[in-house]
Design a protein around this ligand. Structure first.
Ligand SMILES: NC(=O)c1ccc[n+]([C@@H]2O[C@H](COP(=O)([O-])OP(=O)(O)OC[C@H]3O[C@@H](n4cnc5c(N)ncnc54)[C@H](O)[C@@H]3O)[C@@H](O)[C@H]2O)c1
Length: 251
């Protein structure tokens, strides 16, 4: 088991990629703190992990709120006595539409959830990581941050910001033996996909798939595989890396 004995927080773990990451981490021996904005979603994933023989604890909370992130980190420490990994997976987008049709409130929400959350999880986890000179952040950004599609302008920008922010964190935190790496998924089979496409029709899916050389959308299991690697000690000398899990979309 590649994450045996590790305690991991997975934000947005109540569905999609975060659910896949939470469940795979548990199978690899991690104790998982499953966070989500949606209380019932986090609870369901944690219960399913426990029912399958793993260790998990659900914490509802908004990753863009300081008090909530403080509580999420405190829960990990109280429940399991330690914290080794934070997966910054929670994210949101605006629907695919012309850039000037995105309201200011939508823009602010996207940056709060996709970018400010990195600041807040760092604020609350880094002091703990520093004290023991060990810790890992994994950011789930997007190919949108390096190979933008039209109609998702502000989402693309937030993911670009998440990538550079994560790499900047890696540069500053390396001296404390804290690693920060980024996964850039291509469009995947999750609830968010309909927002990216604007309309979920066979034709629109075919248009998206046509831009992916390996000929399919990403799956939570594809992203979870990469997250396990970055979270594990196998990646002990890797920091500031960006891994596209994208079927070749960014070639
Ligand atoms: N699905 C894709 O095509 C795709 C592609 C590239 C990157 N991503 C990124 O992957 C990550 C996971 O998204 P997904 O595709 O699994 O979508 P999803 O909608 O299935 O999951 C996102 C989860 O995050 C939770 N969440 C949203 N805002 C939150 C907040 N403020 N605090 C806590 N939890 C919150 C949601 O409730 C949801 O459970 C996101 O960062 C997304 O931007 C998705």
């Amino acid at each position: 088991m590649r994450l045996q004995g590790k305690v991991a927080i997975v934000t947005g773990g109540g569905s999609g990629f975060g659910e896949g990451i939470s469940k795979r981490f548990a199978l690899e021996g991690a104790k998982v703190v499953v966070n989500d904005l949606v209380d019932t979603a986090a609870g369901r994933v944690a219960r399913e992990i426990v029912a399958a023989g793993g260790a998990a604890h659900a914490v509802a909370g908004d990753v863009s709120k300081d008090a909530d992130v403080s509580r999420i980190v405190a829960t990990a420490l109280a429940a399991y006595g330690d914290l080794h990994v934070v997966v910054n997976n929670a994210g949101t987008t605006h629907r695919n539409k012309p850039m000037l049709e995105v309201a200011e409130e939508e823009f602010d929400r996207i940056y709060r959830v996709n970018v400010k959350s990195l600041y807040l999880t760092a604020k609350h986890a880094v002091p703990h990581f520093r004290a023991k000179r060990n810790g890992v952040f994994v950011t789930i950004a997007s190919t949108a941050g390096v190979r933008p599609r039209p109609g998702l302008t502000w989402y693309n920008g937030s993911k670009g910001a998440a990538i550079v922010t994560s790499r900047s964190m890696a540069a500053e935190l390396a001296k404390d033996n804290i690693r920060v790496n980024v996964i850039n998924p291509v469009a995947g089979e999750t609830a968010m996909l309909a927002q990216f496409m604007g309309e979920d029709t066979p034709e629109m899916r075919a248009r998206f798939v046509a831009t992916i050389p390996l000929g399919r959308l990403s799956l939570p299991s594809d992203i979870a595989t990469a997250a396990v690697f970055f979270a594990s000690d196998e990646a002990a000398f890797i920091t500031g890396a960006c891994l596209e899990v994208d079927g070749g979309r960014c070639i």
